[in-house]
Design a protein around this ligand. Structure first.
Ligand SMILES: *[C@@H]1O[C@H](CO)[C@@H](O)[C@H](O)[C@H]1NC(C)=O
Ligand SMILES: *[C@@H]1O[C@H](CO)[C@@H](O)[C@H](O)[C@H]1NC(C)=O
Ligand SMILES: *[C@@H]1O[C@H](CO)[C@@H](O)[C@H](O)[C@H]1NC(C)=O
Length: 495
């Protein structure tokens, strides 16, 4: 007993110094990875070069009238396809230990199917990975970051159709065979955003607006495709060491008041947004509250079955445990309040969730309306550990947008300093197993349907005024380089 108490005291001494600061003066572990992230459609350009097939995003951004702010497109974007050597050197100069990118599926497979390979496209990703490895960085690769081959879509194959599953697995197998130096694999980026925007409200390519039906079908098909790709990887590539996962976006949700209704609303929102994807993979089924809410409304709409596809016992065998690590994209914290039950005539995701969202007036808000709340990231990490066990966690994206008018981007430095400090607290005090932080983004890029007006980059590009697309260092570039090279963060003034 006495020994236990002494041990606890020693631990406490290590965890805090006299004024409650972090131990080891804000030092991250030696083997911790600091990186930066990008995605193919947002940076590559070269939309119709060297045999690349079109993606649904090429078709979407070329529509007239354009669904994108300022009629922006990814036709050129950062011109990364032609400048990847410069960009990877820039990443190395930033002191990064990891670089996250995604593969444009139609650049490698113009029709989507693995039987017709565009060799130049394949070579691009081989060269890219070699370049990343040359500088000693770990390549972190996402197989699908939203740019679906247009040919598949035109053939009726998208994420609503289970036929896509084996086609995706074949594409995954091919990339894994050809890129053996990748250090972390992930299948799909942000299934929630993808399904809600591309098949729910139609704001993303291919623009399907069938909220409450097609978005859930998409979630189901994506989870199955992910799980099947995971099983294929484990079976066919047992000699590969790279962990395999899926990137799930998850914010932090706090109740607007301490009423039991609002507390339940915050939990419900978490389960609809995050649990919907984490739960099937860790436990094999949808979260209970999600199943109940959708079944309840479906019944009162007069349906004979729920609009949420059923996860079968066979699906559970496939999905449960289908990841080696947790990859999250995290940006902000938001408040949830209970909402009134909406009329059963209107079918959509929002009515299923039945939550109103708001920001606390005391929170600092970025140009996208997202609250900068570093405390939220620690709460999320504690929750993930409690819910899904202490698997290694990677932040595959984290960051803040500004309007890009100044390279003196104090908001970004402040954001990263605060969030890194709270992540380190979760690691040191709550014993959460975070192994990497990969901010969004290495450089400014196309923010999907919002165009080029929002800037997330650690490196600046002035898309509207500078046709040379010169990469420019920001104040946050210097701040981050200090963090990546020292693996240390000063948390003295962080609230
Ligand atoms: C976008 O394109 C339309 C034509 O389709 C044009 O009328 C409009 O002025 C363009 N907007 C911008 C901001 O360039
Ligand atoms: C809810 O209760 C907690 C703990 O009692 C308190 O810290 C928090 O400020 C309260 N939240 C609101 C919105 O009243
Ligand atoms: C680098 O970070 C350390 C704290 O981790 C700080 O003491 C130092 O001033 C920083 N250097 C620069 C050049 O910002």
């Amino acid at each position: 007993m006495q020994q236990t108490i002494a041990f606890v005291l020693v631990l406490l001494q290590f965890a805090f110094n006299a004024d409650g600061a972090l131990k080891n003066n804000g030092q991250f572990p030696r083997n911790f990875l600091f990186g930066a992230a990008t995605a193919s459609y947002q940076i590559e350009g070269a939309w119709n070069e060297d045999g690349k097939g079109q993606s649904t995003w090429d078709e979407f951004t070329h529509r007239i009238p354009s669904p994108v702010t300022n009629n922006d497109t990814g036709d050129i974007a950062c011109d990364h396809y032609h400048r990847y050597k410069e960009d990877i050197k820039m990443a190395a100069d930033l002191g990064l230990q990891a670089y996250r990118f995604s593969i444009s599926w139609p650049r490698v497979l113009p029709n989507g199917y693995a039987d017709t390979i565009n060799e130049k496209g394949m070579q691009f990703y081989k060269d890219l990975v070699d370049e990343i490895v040359k500088y000693g960085m770990v390549p972190v690769c996402t197989l699908f970051h939203w740019d679906l081959p247009l040919k598949l879509y035109e053939n009726g194959i998208d994420w609503r159709n289970e036929k896509i599953i084996d086609i995706f697995v074949a594409y995954s197998r091919l990339m894994i065979q050809n890129l053996p130096k990748v250090g972390y694999w992930s299948t799909i980026n942000e299934p929630r955003v993808h399904c809600l925007r591309s098949y729910g409200d139609g704001k993303h390519a291919p623009g399907i607006a069938e909220s409450g039906i097609a978005d859930y079908q998409c979630s189901y098909v994506i989870l199955k495709a992910h799980a099947k790709a995971y099983r294929m990887y484990k079976k066919e590539f047992p000699h590969y060491k790279a962990p395999f996962g899926i990137v799930i976006d998850c914010q932090w949700y706090v109740p607007a008041t301490n009423s039991s209704e609002d507390i339940a609303a915050a939990e419900r929102y978490y389960e609809f947004e995050c649990g919907m994807y984490f739960h099937p993979i860790s436990k094999g089924d949808w979260p209970d509250i999600v199943k109940k809410r959708i079944a309840h409304r479906s019944q009162l709409e007069g349906r004979s079955s729920s609009r949420l596809p059923q996860i079968t016992p066979e699906d559970i065998r496939l999905m449960k445990g289908a990841q080696d690590y947790i990859a999250i994209n995290h940006y902000f914290t938001i408040m949830a309040a209970n909402a009134e039950e909406a009329s059963y005539d209107e079918i959509n995701y929002k009515h299923d969730v039945r939550v109103n969202l708001l920001n606390d007036p005391s929170w600092k808000i970025s140009v996208l309306g997202w609250a900068i709340c570093p405390f939220g990231v620690r709460e999320l990490l504690k929750h993930l550990k409690e819910q899904y066990g202490n698997e290694p966690i990677i932040f595959a994206e984290i960051g803040v947008a500004d309007d890009g008018t100044s390279l003196k981007d104090d908001i970004r430095t402040e954001y990263y300093q605060g969030y890194f400090c709270y992540i380190l607290e979760a690691m040191q005090i709550d014993d959460v197993n975070v192994v990497a932080i990969i901010p969004w983004s290495l450089m400014d890029n196309l923010e999907w349907a919002k165009g080029y007006i929002y800037h997330f980059g650690l490196i600046g590009i002035d898309f509207y005024n500078d046709p040379t697309l010169t990469r420019r260092l920001k104040d946050s570039t210097y701040f981050y380089r200090n963090v990546t090279t020292t693996k240390r963060i000063n948390c003295d003034n962080v609230k």
